[in-house]
Design a protein around this ligand. Sequence first.
Ligand code: GDP
Ligand code: ZN
Length: 460
Amino acid sequence: AKLASDSDTIAAIATANGRAGIGVIRLSGNNALAIAQQLTQESLKPRYAKLCLLKNRDHHVLDEAIVLYFKGPHSFTGEDVVELQGHGGPIILQRVLREVVALGARLAEPGEFSKRAFINDKMDLTQAEAVADLIDAASEAAVDNALSSLQGTFKQLINNLVESVIQLRVYVEAAIDFPEEEIDFLSDGKVENDLSTINQRLIDIQQQAKQGALLQEGLKVVIAGRPNAGKSSLLNALSQQETAIVTDIAGTTRDVLHENIQIDGLPIRVTDTAGIRETDNIVEKMGVERAKTEIEKAQVILVLIDSTTIDTGEQLQAELDKEVKALGIDQQAQSKMCFVLNKIDLSLITPGKYHDNNAIFGLSAKSGIGLEELKQYLKQQAGFKNVGETGFTARERHLIALSKAKTMVESAHHQLLSANAGELVAEDLRQAQESLSEITGEFSSDDLLGEIFSSFCIGK
Ligand code: GDP
Ligand code: ZN
């Protein structure tokens, strides 16, 4: 069940903070029209643009603006909405906003316009999230996916699947209710068939959602290694920007540094660490702790080694083992690791392809040798398909809900085959339905909504 919409009127600057030709203040709620009429001293017709002077209560002109009124429910939020399209300077926008608030509006919380649009059934949760994803999109492919979700692609897939789950559940429940019937409805093959079909559809949606989430959130990569191994240089080479500080003095990068780059449309969030190793220096210790947290969150850990310090194959093996130990990388994180022997332009060593099960790359951050291979490896680790096939945007929470639904459908299958247990099949289907409904927000909690919308920006 959805919440009743708050009826108070909210207002916010909807355009980016800074100077621009135009700046938009958006109002939504019962008093939006009254406030706009007070500001303009004009009567406003729905969906007509009107050039007005905006004046405060002392008749002082605040700005000249195009005023647009959308009468609810035919608006973004479903409530009365007014857009004041004035001049895009921070001071002028702030003073108009102050007057709007003085006339009875309240400053909107982050994502509050979208939240009202959701509550008033103008869009479901996947579409509201798509609005945020569209604005945050870091690549064209991410934009295409977000637009696709906004148009309802993801929502439709989920709603159709929920429909099938409900139909099957009704069938199973009917079969339980009529045990005296001649035919055993549960074991006539239909239920099993339908469960398999639903399971396959879930797998397909999961795969598309993974690509969508990857395009939106990017692959998380950590670069670790000793001071001077060339971490900053590699980051620069991957991003082709001079963002990280490169020096000849060991230990320059004390802090954790993030960089968002793209490889053939795959967004990658690279973190350069100060290098994780034991230290007595308090400042460095804090850096070490943060680097360890980054390693836990990472999907790929690039362990960088200065190959000029190594002469023989035995030395290399020993060095790689030493490095893993020094970094304190645990068993689980080890599978995410790959070794990069940097400065190969200065070195005579030929690294093998693997150490234990981890890939080794010879590379020169300076000359670019081996960079292409490393990029391909990252794409492959991400399970990244080439851009072009538009899917939809997705998030971690969608993946979790899909995976929960899949577990329940598998469990239903198991209950059916092992025990012909109709009640348990029906209960599993009910839970699968609930998980899927969390994605669209048909089934949602205040906590979930709070978490989703608070991450939006103000004015959205
Ligand atoms: P970090 O401390 O690990 O971030 O290392 P930096 O990226 O700051 O690099 C340390 C030094 O090694 C700098 O002088 C770089 O120019 C140099 N360097 C980094 N990568 C290479 C490389 O592939 N080849 C050569 N010849 N020098 C490199
Ligand atoms: Zn560095």
